[in-house]
Design a protein around this ligand. Structure first.
Ligand code: 13P
Ligand code: SF4
Length: 372
């Protein structure tokens, strides 16, 4: 029987629990105040040996850890070198002069790093860290869509595989989707854009633009579960609460929210506005991370866990650095084709984050799916 006290690496391997020694204490005491609000001291003593070992190995191997906003606080605040939303992490990967990138996020994010930095070793601590959006569509699906809508530009959400990006004209994230859709239509001289694979993000973008949108029947398994009723109940429970939602939520949820934006858009909103009470309609760890940086704001905490993001843990990050597993490898010709749409997105000067405030009905002209 596996020793249940040891950490799960997600690949059948086991590891002995690392001890909390005076040396570990000396190396990590300065980090504890960053997370003390959410991590009791007894639990910290389990995390600290991994934090010390990871931070040590990072230096030894010239590695960086890119941590998405949905990582748990001990990863986000104590071993992450750069933290942010998908766009910010892609930009950091491109800028970094490290030899090794450990992606504390999901597989498509690690692929994006590899595409932008093919000469670097990119590691994902658990290969099972996927995404329901990325698995909803393939490169072959996109080729069929392009046959069905010839001449219509393809805007692809970064939450997709390298094969899908390789069939794409320009990528987008939730922080720039509205501007990218408008840019693509202008550049290709069309009034229609194919925007895949998130039907809810596409609808939320459609509410902000005159461009006609064809989308795909994909959805984020975390955000699609929120309902307008959830928000109304929250407002009843905490009068005056400010509701921030991610644009992967259905349009009727955004219609009930005070603001919608990418994970960093929500984080910036809290920083800039310091609301008395706030609720983030998104993945659970996001509230913990933002709350630690905004001690005066009270967070109401209904949230949904992303099972893929939660596969990444300190023991798995340590193991990745020790064993160089799991290395993300992509065929050179796919890297070549997939890099162009990501670089086009990064190169586009954007004045501000995309806003989603339901100016028009959130209607797309078609929702395509496999086998239609
Ligand atoms: P962001 O680009 O807003 O960080 O979103 C990534 C993601 O996976 C949200 O579910
Ligand atoms: Fe994918 Fe949703 Fe998880 Fe983000 S939260 S990684 S979109 S499943």
């Amino acid at each position: 029987m596996p020793d249940s006290s040891g950490p799960d690496f997600g690949n059948g391997a086991e590891n002995k629990k690392l001890p909390y020694t005076p040396d570990v204490k000396a190396k990590t005491d300065h980090l504890y105040p960053k997370v003390a609000k959410f991590i009791p001291e007894i639990e910290w003593q389990l995390h600290a040996p991994y934090i010390a070992a990871i931070n040590n190995l990072k230096k030894e191997k010239n590695a960086v850890i890119l941590a998405h906003n949905y990582m748990t606080p001990e990863i986000f605040h104590c071993v992450g070198d750069f933290a942010g939303d998908s766009l910010q992490l892609a930009k950091e990967a491109e800028r970094s002069d490290a030899d090794i990138i450990v992606q504390a996020g999901v597989h498509f994010m690690a692929e994006t790093s590899k595409i932008l930095c093919p000469e670097k070793t990119v590691l994902i601590p658990d290969l099972r860290a996927g995404c329901s959006l990325a698995s909803s569509i393939t490169g072959a699906d996109v080729r069929l869509l392009k046959e069905r809508y010839p001449g219509v530009p393809v805007v692809t959400y970064v939450n997709t595989t390298a094969d899908v990006k390789a069939e794409t004209d320009i990528c987008c994230t939730s922080s720039n989707a509205v501007e990218i859709v408008e840019h693509a239509a202008k550049e290709f001289g069309t009034d229609t854009v194919i925007m895949i694979p998130d039907q809810f993000l596409a609808r939320n973008v459609a509410a902000m633009t005159d461009i006609k949108i064809v989308t795909w029947a994909g959805a984020c398994e975390v955000h699609e579960r929120f309902t307008a009723e959830d928000i109304r109940e929250l407002r009843e429970g905490t009068p005056g609460v400010i509701v921030l939602a991610h644009p992967e939520c259905p349009p009727e949820v955004l219609a009930e929210a005070d603001f919608a934006g990418s994970t960093s858009g929500m984080s910036n909103y809290v920083k800039d506005n310091q609301p008395k009470n706030v609720v983030l309609i998104t993945e659970c760890s996001m509230s913990d991370n933002v709350a630690l940086e905004n001690p005066k704001v009270d967070f109401v905490r209904p949230c949904n866990l992303c099972p893929h993001m939660k596969r990444i843990s300190l023991p798995k990050i340590l193991r990745a650095l020790q064993t160089m597993e799991h290395e993300v490898l992509i065929d050179a010709d796919i890297i070549e084709k997939a890099r162009r749409p990501i670089e086009r997105m990064i190169a586009l000067p954007l004045k501000r984050q995309s806003m989603y405030n339901q100016e028009r009905p959130a209607e797309v002209i078609a929702v395509e799916s496999r086998g239609q």
